[in-house]
Design a protein around this ligand. Structure first.
Ligand SMILES: Cc1ncc(COP(=O)(O)O)c(C=O)c1O
Length: 217
């Protein structure tokens, strides 16, 4: 490990000891680092995750949905969204993403398909968009977000594969800049972090950031 990462990387890998802060209730260096991360990624508030985007997606669904609440999502969601459904008891409404047979690629979710689903199911509370998809296809979050908000719902973007988008103007717009309420990113996938390091970002007034829930039932 020293050969691979160098001495300083291992010196920085500390357990939770007094003075280093507590990941579950940060008030010191971790809190400061989260504030800097929020600033860097364009969020209002950021949480560091040690169990991948998986834990952020589950937390986001638990924070926004209860048993029976309707949540709109594409069919090609990651399994963490499905475990969020199991934990929260929310009811999924599925959208089929556009499929391109020429490239054998599943594309993103379009604004008209979201609008149609919101009209068909007015009780939808949360909309999940995966952007970029596993294959790197981005959805137009800046067009989808106002539709969702006008409906009184919340937009959660699984941006596990897009934590780099914010940092270059030639890349598609990142989900926070597009107006999403909650964005979850796998820092360990595209940026540099040890496996399982991820971030959950929140902005705007729609998410109750202090909601405390027990998994359902
Ligand atoms: C689209 C998508 N969302 C979420 C995840 C979960 O990410 P993590 O491995 O950081 O828990 C993955 C993992 O591959 C993914 O492809």
């Amino acid at each position: 490990m020293i050969e691979l990462l160098g001495q300083s990387a291992l010196q920085a890998d500390l357990p939770e000891i007094p003075g280093l802060d507590n990941l579950f209730a940060p008030a010191g260096p971790i809190k400061m680092a989260q504030i800097l991360a929020a600033e860097a990624f364009g969020a209002e508030e950021t949480w560091f995750l040690a169990n991948g985007s998986t834990s952020g997606i589950e937390a986001a669904i638990l924070a926004t949905c209860g048993p029976g609440d309707m949540i709109l999502m594409p069919r090609n969601v990651h399994q963490s969204v499905l475990s969020g459904l199991v934990l929260s008891g929310a009811t999924p409404i599925y959208l089929n993403p556009h499929y391109c047979p020429d490239w054998d690629l599943t594309y993103g979710i379009t604004a008209p398909s979201v609008a149609a689903a919101l009209t068909a199911y007015p009780a939808i509370k949360v909309v999940v968009v995966v952007s970029p998809t596993y294959e790197g296809i981005c959805s137009d979050i800046a067009v989808i977000a106002p539709l969702v908000h006008d409906h009184g719902a919340l937009l959660l973007v699984d941006e596990a594969h897009g934590p780099h988008l914010h940092f270059h103007p030639d890349l598609p717009q990142d989900a926070l800049a597009g107006g999403a309420d909650i964005v979850v990113q796998s820092t360990h996938k595209v940026l540099s972090a040890l496996t399982q390091a991820a971030m959950l970002h929140v902005q705007g007034p729609r998410v109750n950031r202090d909601r405390s829930v027990r998994p359902w039932p």
